[in-house]
Design a protein around this ligand. Structure first.
Ligand code: NAD
Length: 470
């Protein structure tokens, strides 16, 4: 495993002015590696370099940028094993999931490479031609969370580069190493200053969001941080894409075939140990099927092999960090104290590591914290309903709106319900699936703007109307 990690500023690998901080393996609580600790002065140097590089990079040809992104994808593929190992060690997910994350990073990079930046002809008459062009914005600041650190960095950085922007990125201090490796890979293919990376907390995030020379922030993380970013970004009217927290509801309609959907429900609720923004986080089940659903989910949960993601056979890793682990424990204890019934899991595993087995909480109600708050961990509350209308109201009775799902054998009936859910993506007989060609984003307090597809790409551009009098 790579053991030396540096910042990248203006194409150069440099040490952090503030020394280093330790990155902790959540499965062992041991140090994975020391990560450079950057200063705000180093951030300023990186932004200056990115601004300078933008002067020429913005005029690089479309074809050149496409080819560069494909070469980056080749390099990610060539380093897939090393990247997956670092992801397991710092993030905690099982190896198969880390490999899937690297695979996704390659696929998204290639897809983004091949996207076209459209020029629309709005009028072409005898005396006039009007064209709508899209120009890059300048320096883009990317701030990422700790749950899918490589994938989300790719989601931020690739469309920014594809459209001719330069990048300064700051990964979460909990999982920064894989993103440094990604930045090294990108830096090997782009001119100096186009790709910069700074690690360390100490005000770097807020310095990025307030920086006068940064034109856009793409942020994935919690809603309170998103709000702070929006306030800070106002000074120079930065463009914003905010992918924030969710508390996705899933509704099983009374006609659903439980045997057919149980595995899908479990996997999308517990994806990445539940630490997925658009995981299914509240499950609404009709009275008539309640016991059957709980029974099936418990059987699948009990079949999981909880352990270190590096160990052969592990299907379920630890919670990524101590704070999140403590929050999950607290929410389960609160549910128990308020009359919910823990059907499986419910207690941390003894020994080292932040292990909390998959936990199904029955008799949960909407006034319990485990339902009202985003648990972002390996716990699924199951809520009983007797009328579909009531389930829709409860699903929408929430400040956030990232995803939602309806599970049924009757697609038409499910679609009618799905379209009433207040969320950015509504799935039918699925949840949590993101695809490079399907725009993804939240409504309400889950943020605004989308990623992926043409719509996502164009968020990194500013329109310019060309009005030609012939
Ligand atoms: P977080 O908001 O605590 O941190 C995210 C990033 O923001 C980190 O890099 C952090 O260092 C940085 N940051 C913290 N304070 C900042 C500030 N004041 N200014 C600028 N940057 C700052 O979130 P997290 O705990 O890392 O991630 C979990 C949350 O992210 C959950 O709520 C989850 O739902 C959400 N999330 C959303 C999506 C999505 O696509 N909508 C995807 C993944 C995670």
């Amino acid at each position: 495993m790579q053991t030396e990690f540096s910042l990248i500023i203006n194409g150069n690998k440099v040490a952090g002015d503030r020394g280093t901080f330790d990155v902790i393996n959540p499965a062992t609580e041991e140090v994975v590696a020391a990560c450079p600790y950057a200063s705000v002065e180093q951030l300023n140097a990186a932004v200056d370099a990115a601004e300078e590089a933008f002067k020429t990079w913005q005029y690089s040809s479309d074809e050149e940028r496409k080819q560069i992104l494909h070469r980056i994808a080749d390099r990610i593929e060539a380093n897939a094993g090393a990247l997956a190992e670092v992801i397991v060690k710092e993030q905690g997910k099982p190896m198969f999931l880390a490999q899937a994350e690297v695979g996704g990073a390659v696929a998204w990079t290639r897809y983004t490479a091949d996207l076209e930046i459209p020029v629309e002809v709005l009028e072409d008459s005898e005396n006039k031609r009007i064209e709508l062009h899209r120009k890059p914005l300048g320096v883009v600041g990317s701030i990422t969370p700790w749950n899918w650190p490589l994938m989300i960095a790719v989601w931020h950085i690739m469309p920014a580069l594809r459209t001719g922007n330069t990048v300064v990125c700051k990964p979460s201090g909990l999982t920064p190493l894989n993103t440094i490796m990604l930045a090294e890979i990108i830096n090997a293919e782009v001119p100096a200053g186009v790709m910069n990376i700074l690690t360390g907390e100490a005000g770097i995030g807020s310095a990025i969001t307030g920086h006068e020379k940064i034109r856009k922030i793409v942020f994935t993380g919690s809603t309170p941080t998103g709000q702070a970013i929006m306030r800070n970004a106002a000074s120079n009217l930065k463009r914003l894409t905010l992918e924030l927290g969710g508390n996705d509801a899933g509704i099983i309609l009374p006609d659903a075939d439980i045997d057919a959907i149980a595995e899908g429900i479990f996997q999308t609720a517990f994806l990445n140990m539940g630490q997925t923004c658009a995981a299914l986080k509240r499950l609404y089940v009709h009275d008539s099927q309640y016991d059957q659903v709980c029974e099936k989910l418990v059987a699948i949960a009990n079949a999981q092999v909880v352990g270190d993601g590096m160990a052969e056979g592990t299907t379920f890793g630890p919670v990524q960090n101590k704070d999140q682990f403590e929050l999950v424990k607290e929410l389960v204890e609160d549910a128990k104290a308020n009359g919910a019934q823990v059907l499986c899991g419910g207690e941390p595993k003894s020994g080292r590591g932040f292990f909390f087995p998959p936990t199904i909480v029955a008799n949960a109600t909407d006034d319990m914290r485990i339902v009202a708050e985003e648990q972002f961990g390996p716990v699924l509350p199951v809520i009983r309903y007797s009328d579909v209308e009531e389930a829709v109201v409860l699903a929408n009775n929430c400040e956030v709106g990232l995803g939602g799902s309806v599970w049924s054998s009757d697609i038409e009936a499910a679609q009618k319900v799905a379209q009433r859910l207040e969320c950015g993506t509504a799935w039918i007989n699925g949840h949590a699936e993101v695809l490079p060609h399907a725009p993804f984003g939240g409504c309400k307090m889950s943020g605004f703007g989308v990623e992926f597809g043409k719509e996502g790409l164009l968020e990194y551009t500013v329109p310019q109307t060309l009005n030609i009098n012939k």
